[in-house]
Design a protein around this ligand. Sequence first.
Ligand code: SF4
Length: 252
Amino acid sequence: MNRDRLKKLVAEGRLIAGVYNYCDRWCERCPQTSRCLNFSISEEEFSDPETQDIRNEAFWRKLSDIFKETFELLKEAGEKWGIDLETLDTTTDIENMRAKEEAAENHVVCRAAKSYGKRVEDWFQGKEGFSFETGFAANEDLDIEEAFEVIRWYQYFIAAKVMRAIRGQREEEEERSDGFPSDSDGSAKIALVAIDRSMSAWGVISHDNHVLAESVFEMISFLDRLKQAIEKTFPNARSFIRPGFDKIDLNG
Ligand code: SF4
C-alpha cells in the first residue's frame, strides 16, 4: 500500500483512530475489522494466496515495503512535530530500554503473568490423549474447542500486555504529567479483558466435569489472583476507554 492510498484510507473517515492499540490482535474474532487501519492494510497487502503464505518471499518483501512507507510517514510526522529521528541518542536509548526491560521482567506481576503461560502449557501437555468428547459436557454458549481456542489465544498475550503496562508505567512516572489517559492503563485493561475471558473459558471446561475440576479450579484461582494484582497495580485500568471497544459512561 503506497502513501497516497494510506492517506486516502484515513481520509474516508470510517476508521477509528488507534482502535488497534488496545485490542487483542484476534482479527478473526474482532467486531471492528471494517474500522481498523491495521486490518485494512493487511487485507489489501496480503489478500492473494501467494502473499498470504507467511513462508513466501513475497510476504517479507511486502513487509519491507510497508516498513519503508511507514518510516517515510514517521519522518514526515517527525518534521511536523520538530523531532529529528537522525539525532536521537540511540546508544543511551538502547541502554535505557534494556534496563527498563529487565526491571519490568523482574516485576512480581510480570513474573506471575509469565508463569500463567507456562502453567497453561503444562496443563495441556498433561491432558494429552484425554478424551474430551466423553469427559466434558459442552456449555450451550461456547463449546469446548472454542474454550480451548480462547485459552490458547491469551496464554502468552496476557504476559506480553502486562510487561508493556509495567514498562509503560515506569516511563510515565519519569516523563508525564499531562492528565491524558495513560498507555499503561490501556495495556493493563486489555490484559484484564484477556484474563476475564480466559477465566470464562476455564469455566466452560470445568462445567459438569469432575475429573479435571481441581486442576481447572487452580487455573481460575491463579488468574483471579493475577487479576487482583493487576487491578491493584493499575487502579485506573478498568475505567480506561479503549477506542472502538469500550463505551464512555456519560453518567460517570
Ligand atoms: S482492532 Fe481488531 S481488526 Fe484491528 S488489529 Fe485489533 S483485532 Fe485486528
